[in-house]
Design a protein around this ligand. Sequence first.
Ligand code: SF4
Ligand code: SF4
Length: 366
Amino acid sequence: MNKIGFGFLRLPLLDPKNDQTTDYEELNRMVDAFLASGQNYFDTAWTYMDGESENAIRKAVVERYPRESFRLADKLPGYLAKSEEDSERYFQESLARTGAGYFDVYLVHGVDSESYERSKKLRHFDFVRQLKAEGRVREIGFSFHDNADVLRQILEEQPGMDCVQLQINYLDWDSDSVQSRKCLEVAEEFGKKVIVMEPVKGGMLANLPEKAEAALRAANPSCSPAHWALRFVQQIPSVDVCLSGMSTLSQVQANLCDFAPLSEKETLALKKAAAIVRELTAIPCTGCSYCVSGCPQRVWIPKYFKLYNEYRVKPDDKWKVQPEYKKMTEGRGSAADCIGCGACESVCPQHLPIIEHLKQVSEALD
Ligand code: SF4
Ligand code: SF4
């Protein structure tokens, strides 16, 4: 069993500080290994990596493989659109950047209760239905970041959606905010194909606190933390594709195996590990970087949150963490430079109180 899809969201970079420096030698090797294994689903978006993700799809996939040999999903950045005409403009730009000719799957991107109102006004769902009717895309749907009640409302009001992309992972399974399980149940009830994003929660579940990792090791010493997370999602029968944002060839190779369903003993161990992670993770940021480009102070929010989480797990390492933080802030705003404008919070799919969290970071590390 393997339903893995290749998310072009965290690509290998020549300069880790610059999203525009894709390492194409490594990326081409990753794409080759992925396709050679029989997998064929790629996922990108107009906004990923400041547009570089769509360019990378063209160079690493479209220009190197016959179009019918892979499936490509792209997304309409509805939350950025200002007029109805913008939808066609974004679609044309995505087609030009990827060179794909058509999309197998086209989703209204990042829908929550707030952006849904905007999408209704600007007729984004009508636009994707029209694209499908004209044969310019094959399947349509939306990627979703809100609770199960909002999902139900959208599916009731928007007929014709083939699929829905949901955040599903073992940490968010029963959470109050993400509601992975409840959202999945709604999607199943409406008979929609489910594409999973963030199965490893932005890498968080691949790098567990030692105590959580030990709980998993005790149940199965040979399975890596990332594989535990992927096995949890892949075993769900209604899941069609499980996206993984892979950054190295070794990650691709590791994800091309069979994912055996979890045994009862393993399921219990995973619950225990989840409780430990929840207790020890100060800021549940997935590192998606949606908040970065709109920040007037150029605060490197996900990087600071990641470092802060590490510091909270091992406070004695402050001597190591603080110089690293100082280096990260060179040429950028520090956590203390946040002016509280709220631009970041309005686009955060995890609905994190970013301004408050930055104050915590600043108190500890500035
Ligand atoms: S609230 Fe702070 S971190 Fe967020 S966008 Fe504004 S300045 Fe940047
Ligand atoms: S703060 Fe929110 S938007 Fe920013 S990287 Fe984290 S999860 Fe993504």
